[in-house]
Design a protein around this ligand. Structure first.
Ligand code: C5P
Length: 268
């Protein structure tokens, strides 16, 4: 029996808590940051049957390409393709059109690319989705999520980059701009989720990486929070990488994160 299920007085697993666990699992994207597709497939084959969702980033995309996305998605369902696109509007639009043809759950773009780039991406995703046969996964437009300020950056680094706006205000500014350009949501650190929610309203999807269960190493992340804190701050989805992928028992680590999300969701 997993962390996400409980047993009632008769020894039966509570259906309500199993439902809550499933709902929480759908809010957690495991980052498949592996150097090769085999490792990603191995982890996905353990966690996908339990209801886990997955995010594929630059490292694996550069190695496995669109074919790798297809192979993984047959196992995992639609992925969050976190390629953080940032280029001139036409190039990003064309890249999004190509990615949308793979039928992902969502794609990411750097908000710093500006409103025209973001709008071009949203339009390209819509066009690509409308060309998919009705009923196919691709018929749903992939969500376009704008990365605000990377969770690996801190205020000093942002200042060194020449950005004079305080970090938290910069996140809010970029989030508002992304929503005005038609993006479905934003990627922001758990530290900024509450202010992004205030600035963008209830419909904006907020995805928070930089999630660290207590005791887990920060790695290169500067702005981190525990899963429950991210949910309490208003995150719709959480991204968790190394605390699961590098755990001695990834399934147990994933279950612990999901159980914490389920608990926080029940309280909020
Ligand atoms: O291992 P860790 O939990 O730090 O992984 C976080 C994942 O989220 C990585 O795949 C990283 O690329 C991604 N990400 C991030 N910060 C953002 C957007 C995405 O860390 N702002």
């Amino acid at each position: 029996m997993g962390v996400g299920t409980t047993v009632d007085g008769t020894g039966r697993v509570s259906a309500a808590s199993a439902d809550a666990f499933r709902a929480a699992a759908a809010r957690v994207f495991v980052a498949l940051d592996f150097p090769d597709q085999g490792e990603a497939l191995r982890l996905a084959s353990v966690l996908a049957p339990l209801g886990a969702r997955f995010k594929l980033g630059l490292e694996l995309f550069c190695r496995a390409g669109p074919e790798g996305v297809g192979a993984l998605q047959r196992l995992t369902g639609p992925l969050l393709l976190d390629l953080k696109l940032h280029d001139i509007p036409r190039t990003v639009g064309r890249a999004v059109r190509a990615l949308a043809g793979l039928g992902p759950w969502g794609v990411t773009l750097h908000a710093a690319g500006g409103p025209v780039m973001l709008r071009e991406a949203v339009d390209a995703a819509s066009v690509a989705a409308s060309r998919q046969p009705a009923g196919s996964d691709g018929a749903v437009r992939p969500r376009c999520l704008a990365v605000t300020v990377l969770t690996s950056l801190d205020a000093a680094t942002l200042h060194a980059l020449g950005v004079r706006t305080p970090l938290h205000d910069q996140v809010t500014t970029l989030a508002r701009m992304a929503r005005a350009a038609g993006c479905d949501g934003v990627v922001a650190s758990p530290e900024e989720a509450a202010q992004v929610r205030d600035a963008t309203g209830p419909a904006c999807l907020i995805v928070t990486p930089g999630v660290r269960p207590s005791g887990a190493a920060r790695g290169d992340q500067a702005r981190v929070a525990a899963p429950a804190a991210a949910v309490a701050a208003g995150a719709d989805y959480l991204v968790v990488g190394r605390p699961v992928t590098e755990a001695p028992d990834p399934e147990a680590a994933w279950r612990a994160v999901v159980a914490e999300v389920a608990g926080a969701a029940a309280r909020s």
